[in-house]
Write a protein that binds this ligand. Sequence first.
Ligand code: GDP
Length: 140
Amino acid sequence: MAIERTLSIIKPDATRRNLTGKINARLEEAGLRIVGQRRIRLTREMAEKFYAVHAERSFFNDLCAFMTSGPVVVQVLEGDGAVARNREVMGATNPQNAAPGTIRRDFAESIEANSVHGSDSLDNAAREVAFFFAETDIVG
Ligand code: GDP
């Protein structure tokens, strides 16, 4: 499989519980390299823009409020088939459906406060990485 880059976000429920290191260890143990990383506080405007595809969903307002409720860690992950690999390590959106050993199964609080975001396709990965990172901030 080809070397890919994908966007990961450690969400506010996880930074609040000081889980950044534990989640990073899971990613690295899965063969993903963290080649860009920054801890930031999303503005409402950034959250709405990032999640624009969900604008019509009933949970959009709650999701944007949650994502701006505390710091997040935005990161670029690199590796063989990184997009799919990261989705595997994350687990299903709803932690109750997530496979044992996945980040969401082990750490998520709810379907909304589910600890991590990961791009769901190579196209979205490129768009989402560019949303947060300049090429010069990514060191492979
Ligand atoms: P993902 O790709 O697994 O993150 O899932 P989606 O793209 O479908 O949803 C984006 C994010 O919206 C999820 O990670 C959750 O934080 C949140 N979300 C998804 N479904 C629900 C829901 O039914 N209720 C609420 N409150 N939040 C949701």
